[in-house]
Write a protein that binds this ligand. Structure first.
Ligand SMILES: [Mn+2]
Length: 333
């Protein structure tokens, strides 16, 4: 089936009270996407407000401060009649706003549109502009409204693109072409933009990483390297780091507060594309069938969250990967 090319119809945004909502623990991709859209609406003489559920990460806070961009923490949803979601489409990522949001959908006629590059799930909040082939939401916006970008918007787009590719650990021809156009028109040096995306690990993160390394297990299936580890926090960040240690696939699992187990996985781009491997389809959906819970992410980075014994679910994940490799991977060189 050919993908329908979606276009923004600016009339739909006129005379509405618009909230541009970022996901909880807002990162640069989510915030910059909202900022790009705010600028786009402003250029069309439409006012809007950026909101974040409860927490915005340190990097994004300092960026917003330097750019003098205002945003509301925990906005009152009732004040709006059009809510746009940036870089997410899941009730889970609404943080403290979740219950109010759900209630409001039931009692008030409120329109929600999502701009997202994560796989759409059955439980997703809304339709909208969703394309899991895009590596960042800012890249998605560039495709959609790039023709009306100004300097600032090009600059913001670069940030989301660097952030979400783990500083170019993944990429594609289209992606780099778009990035190059954005950089050229941003009026910024590459080094300036790159510096903003630099992630300085917190003390707890460093300790968690060292512990995870101590506990790591290297499993070789044919010539595919799977690295697994167990840790109660920072599973996603650590799984990403493990790819740098030569893993084709990494899985980090741990029991978090309130008895919720989190299993995060990453797949190396070359391996993933060569073998047509997709963490969502080939791993998370299988885990969801056996263990219930909730899954999210895309082909190269995904997570499972729910109630399960960490040993059991990790064992299952390992066996799912083993089966895939034995069946589908011919030669990984
Ligand atoms: Mn993103």
């Amino acid at each position: 089936m050919k993908r329908r090319i979606q276009k923004i119809n600016i009339i739909e945004f006129k005379n509405k009270k618009i909230l541009l909502l970022c996901h909880e623990n807002t990162d640069l991709d989510s915030f910059c996407s909202a900022a790009i859209f705010k600028e786009y609406l402003k250029r069309n003489k439409i006012e809007s407000v950026i909101g974040v559920p409860s927490h915005i990460n340190e990097q994004t806070t300092s960026f917003a401060r330097k750019q003098k961009m205002s945003f509301i923490i925990n906005p009152n949803l009732e004040n709006f009649d059009l809510i746009l979601l940036f870089d997410f489409n899941d009730f889970e990522q609404l943080g403290f706003l979740r219950n109010n949001f759900k209630k409001l959908l039931l009692v008030k006629k409120i329109k929600v549109i999502s701009f997202d590059h994560h796989f759409k799930e059955k439980r997703s909040i809304a339709n909208g502009f969703i394309n899991p082939k895009k590596l960042s939401t800012t890249e998605l916006l560039f495709d959609l409204i790039g023709k009306s970008f100004n300097k600032k918007m090009f600059f913001y787009a670069c940030l989301g693109m660097i952030e979400d590719t783990g500083r170019f650990l993944v990429g594609s021809k289209d992606f780099f072409e778009s990035f190059s156009i954005c950089l050229k028109n941003s009026g910024k040096k590459y080094s300036e933009i790159f510096r903003i995306t630099k992630h300085v690990p917190l003390e707890g993160e460093k300790i968690a990483f060292l512990k995870a390394i101590q506990r790591a297990k290297i499993i070789k299936i044919k010539n595919v390297v799977l690295i697994t580890s167990k840790i109660s926090f920072y599973q996603g960040v650590i799984a990403t780091k493990l790819l740098e240690f030569g893993a084709d696939i990494s899985i980090v699992c741990g029991l978090e507060k309130k008895g919720i187990t989190n299993l995060s996985a990453r797949a190396e781009t070359f391996f993933k594309e060569k073998n047509n491997f997709n963490l969502m389809k080939d791993l998370m959906i299988v885990l969801e069938k056996d263990f219930g819970g909730e899954i999210g992410g895309h082909s190269g980075a995904a997570q499972w969250k729910g109630i399960a014994n960490e040993k059991e679910i990790l064992k299952k994940a390992e066996s799912v990967i083993k089966k895939f490799v034995i069946k589908k991977v011919i030669n990984n060189n």
